[in-house]
Design a protein around this ligand. Structure first.
Ligand code: FUB
Length: 333
């Protein structure tokens, strides 16, 4: 397998997150110490969490994340399982037992990379990227559960997407970062990729492709981490842009495109070369969920942490640039 260039990245971005906290500028009298902010971000501090994907279901937000387990100073991904948290206010998060590990996919050999869960007809489908055991390269598996907290079981007994199904990219890790979406007519779509953004329809059973694998070619700087969401009649395709990653996005009137590039949504996240967003609306407010590397002192590109900040739309449907903060969000009512 070719070396992933990101493993050689040396982060130089420490402090970006803390620098982006304008609400921390109180009226401080001469000689008085500035108040210490209550840091809601990162939202989980006892584990390193990465690649957030949130699901809103029955008044609760379920947050799925990869588990960064690399020891301090090891600059490589060590990820063996996915994690699951839930909240009814976006501030208090309850941890659930790990819903899935790489071992649940008997055909896979390593790397519990990015995932997303979606509900259909009372079943919960978890799509995740893993390293395939016999077909060189990354692949995408799908697991199913009766509850959003799992436990999930391999839904096919084989990968849904393998590297030999997408030969256009000359890297072995282009089949990662699945995002799944069901439109108003009940058609399900899977989008994924690294360097190339792919998409395909899914059959109603959610475990088989329903047609060819397509490419989206109008996403400048596409690196990875596509995320599909809909708001106000628009479809939004946000994605990790360039490397180190910012988040950019495109808009369309259809989940099949054409996609019009709209620019940047989020800057490089503090002390992490990846960013990996998830966008949801909960109790009437849009949220931008991402990861950074800000946990002192060993946080970084391979020990990441999930953060949440508000997302705002302009009147014309475009999205305002996200302001990453230490304080995070207030309890949703
Ligand atoms: O967590 C492993 C990889 O890092 C993900 O697949 C990418 O999106 C990046 O966050």
């Amino acid at each position: 397998m070719k070396t992933n260039p990101r493993s050689a990245f040396r982060p130089l971005l420490t402090g970006l997150l803390l620098a982006a906290a304008p609400t921390l500028a109180p009226q401080v009298a001469r000689g008085q110490a500035a108040p210490v902010p209550v840091a809601a971000n990162p939202i989980i501090k006892d584990k390193y969490t990465a690649d957030p994907a949130a699901l809103v279901y029955n008044g609760t937000v379920y947050l799925y994340a990869g588990h960064d387990e690399a020891p301090a100073r090891q600059e490589r991904y060590v990820m063996n399982e996915w994690l699951c948290y839930s909240s009814t206010d976006m501030v208090s998060w309850q941890e659930h037992p790990s819903p899935l590990s790489v071992k649940a996919f008997a055909w896979a050999k390593a790397d519990a990379w990015a995932s997303q869960v979606i509900e259909r007809n009372g079943k919960f489908y978890l799509y995740a990227a893993v390293e395939h055991g016999t077909i060189p390269g990354k692949s995408i598996g799908v697991a199913v559960a009766d509850s959003p907290t799992g436990p999930f079981k391999d839904a096919r007994g084989s990968a849904l997407i393998t590297n030999d199904m997408t030969t256009q990219a000359k890297i072995s890790w282009d089949d990662i970062d699945p995002t799944v979406f069901i439109d108003g007519k009940g058609q399900a779509y899977l989008y994924w990729g690294n360097t190339i953004c792919y998409w395909a329809k899914l059959k109603p059973n959610m475990t088989e492709l329903d047609g060819p694998i397509n490419q989206i070619t109008t996403l400048p700087g596409f690196t990875e981490a596509p995320w599909l969401h809909k708001a106000n009649g628009w479809y939004y395709l946000s994605y990790a842009y360039q490397f180190p990653e910012k988040i950019a996005y495109a808009m369309s009137r259809s989940p099949e495109g054409p996609w019009e590039f709209k620019g940047l949504l989020n800057e490089v996240a503090g002390n992490s070369n990846t960013n990996h967003q998830s966008i949801i609306e909960f109790k009437g407010r849009p949220y931008f969920i991402y990861h950074n590397g800000s946990i002192p002192t060993d946080g970084g590109s391979f020990r990441r942490s999930v953060c949440i900040d508000y997302l705002y739309y302009n009147k014309d449907g475009t999205m305002k640039r996200v302001q990453m903060t230490t304080e995070g969000v207030k309890p949703a009512k």
